[in-house]
Design a protein around this ligand. Structure first.
Ligand SMILES: C[S@@+](CC[C@H](N)C(=O)[O-])C[C@H]1O[C@@H](n2cnc3c(N)ncnc32)[C@H](O)[C@@H]1O
Length: 559
């Protein structure tokens, strides 16, 4: 029972204090206390003036205050302890500084590596692409898919009186300028950014040479994942919301006025999935630049294809070791041309304007028609339509990031347990190759046998395409990406594998086939007008289709 439990008029009995028997030791203590220990209550004389406090750990804390002593040099033991403490502190500071520097160098070098890589890629002419390229069909297909996304989704519901505005967050050498110029209608302004300065120079040059300019265009060197887009004057001028994304538990919405109508990111988003801060930085820039109702379109590698194949290959290497946990593998086997489960394709795309054909290529008349490999004259669009127009560069990127290095890992028996030393996991065909190094230092994990890439960042691989680039890429696990995008107010409208996009125009008798896109495929050399050629007129080889099957396109809507 405590005092609070008692009625107010009752006083608690005082505990009986037992007198302790005095012993010799207690007597000694008592007399010592009486002679040495100052007793504040018993003090009769005023306290002395306080002594100045000595700084530092060796300040004299001695209780003897009279008279002030001459300071002694600390003893050897104390000096040693102090020196050790100082040395340890200095070592800690040096270690922290070097860790900070290493981190910033790693971060910088990853971005610089990409820039260096793309900067080193030579610009090859249109003629080469049309005649000598062994992946002409694939180039045409990729360009057509990008144009299809632009055609389907880039036109805003309501076009503002000043026209709509487009931001391309990884414009490269300006390969999509022509596609935007030929959009129906073209945007009023196209802003192209890229981390590779030489690519930006080439994009500027290409724009300067464009004869009929139907839009304004600006180009900026910018790391659009690692730096805020607010840094670019034209983007600030158009409008940028720096508060987009999660914060204070609230997802900030898009701007009602100002901002871009469309943000595009073609074949580039996967570089941002090296690290979470880059992926978030990228999405913050996308969402911050978009107005409410604006669209985010792009194409990138399809993680469903990657997951399915990695799982299949790893389980074939070690049969009978299927993980017990029920795997949440992607339900779609896109590699086999199946339809994505996660696909949102019921959104009603806007039909292209019937005048498109007239509008399409004002330069066509003066240009000689290029001959397709099979002798057919295609009505390909102009020289701006160059997806990855690059031959592998002479410049060798740092060894830790080269495809060669990934290939140099020793081979082992396919039945052996996965180990970091083994040859990379590999698949592909004569035109393309995907290589996954077994040792994944960024995630510090082995490749997932259930095909689930967790954590979602830092899963590095190489996609090597004949005549094209092989910078290291990172898996973008689709569901993780979609969930992350939602945090930035980006809602999925559409997602489709490249094979399925093509399937839509191949199924010409099917319901809802967009004639405009079929004609576009004919003009861009994807389909022959003579449907008796190849399979249903398709001018893309099976090997090229397999390479293209690695990708999918998407469109998000800014809430
Ligand atoms: C495969 S190219 C695609 C270029 C162009 N979008 C196209 O479709 O032709 C990838 C581009 O992404 C750019 N890129 C990679 N990381 C970037 C970053 N952090 N910021 C801006 N651009 C980046 C590269 O410099 C390169 O130009």
């Amino acid at each position: 029972m405590t005092n609070e439990d008692l009625p107010s008029n009752v006083t608690a009995p005082r505990p009986i204090q037992k007198r302790k028997r005095e012993t010799q030791a207690s007597r000694a203590n008592k007399s010592a206390r009486a002679s040495n220990t100052p007793n504040a209550y018993a003090r009769r004389t005023p306290p002395r003036e306080p002594r100045p406090i000595e700084d530092g750990p060796d300040a004299d804390l001695d209780g003897d205050r009279s008279p002030p002593r001459q300071l002694k040099r600390p003893g050897a033991g104390a000096r040693l302890a102090r020196e050790q403490r100082q040395a340890a502190e200095a070592a800690r500071q040096r270690r922290e500084a070097s860790e900070r520097q290493a981190l910033s160098e790693r971060q910088r070098s990853a971005a610089e590596l990409v820039a260096e890589h793309y900067n080193a890629v030579p610009q090859l002419g249109r003629e080469w692409r049309k005649t000598d390229s062994q992946i002409k069909g694939l180039r045409n297909l990729n360009n057509w898919i990008k144009s299809t996304l632009i055609q389907k989704f880039a036109r805003p519901d309501t076009i503002p009186p000043h026209g709509y505005l487009v931001l391309d967050m990884a414009c490269g050498k300006g390969g999509d300028l022509g596609k935007w110029q030929k959009a129906s209608p073209p945007p009023a302004l196209y802003v192209g950014c890229d981390i590779a300065d030489i690519s930006i120079d080439q994009a500027r040059g290409r724009w300067a040479e464009t004869r009929f300019k139907k839009m304004d265009a600006e180009f900026h060197v910018q790391d659009t994942f690692g730096r805020p887009l607010m840094e670019i004057p034209i983007i600030r001028q158009v409008g940028f919301n720096p508060n987009c994304g999660p914060g204070n538990g609230v997802i900030q919405g898009g701007m009602m006025t100002g901002g871009f109508d469309v943000v595009s990111m073609m074949f580039a988003l996967h570089y941002s999935f090296e690290r979470e801060d880059l992926a978030r930085g990228m999405l913050k820039n996308v969402a911050g630049a978009l107005k409410k109702g604006g669209r985010f379109i792009g194409v990138m590698p399809n993680s469903d294809v990657i997951s399915t194949t990695v799982k299949k290959l790893l389980q074939a290497e070690a049969p009978g070791t299927t993980p017990a946990r029920k795997s949440v593998t992607p339900k779609a086997a896109v590699a086999d041309g199946d339809k994505d489960e996660g696909e949102v394709d019921d959104w009603d795309p806007e039909k292209p304007n019937a005048d498109d054909e007239d509008d399409w290529d004002p330069e066509k008349a003066s240009d000689p028609q290029p001959a397709a490999s099979n002798g057919e004259v295609t009505h390909e669009v102009d020289e701006d339509e160059d997806w990855d127009p690059e031959k592998p560069s002479e410049a060798t990127p740092p060894a830790s990031n080269t495809l060669q290095q990934a290939q140099q890992q020793p081979t082992a028996s396919p039945q052996a347990e996965p180990s970091p030393d083994r040859a990379p996991l590999e698949w592909g065909n004569p035109l393309y190759k995907v290589l996954f190094p077994r040792s994944q230092p960024l995630t510090n994990r082995p490749l997932p046998r259930d095909g689930i890439f967790r954590p979602p960042y830092g899963w590095k691989y190489f996609y090597h395409l004949a005549e094209a680039v092989n910078a290291p890429e990172y898996v973008v696990p689709w569901e993780g990406f979609r969930a992350l995008a939602e945090e930035y107010g980006l809602e999925l409208m559409y997602r489709k594998g490249f094979r399925d996009v093509l399937g839509e125009v191949m199924d010409e008798g099917g319901e809802g086939v967009d004639r405009g896109l079929v004609e576009l495929a004919e003009r861009m050399g994807v389909l022959s007008r003579d449907r008796s050629r190849g399979v249903g007129g398709l001018m893309v080889s099976e090997e090229e289709l397999e390479a293209a099957g690695f990708y999918h396109g998407f469109c998000f809507y800014k809430t």
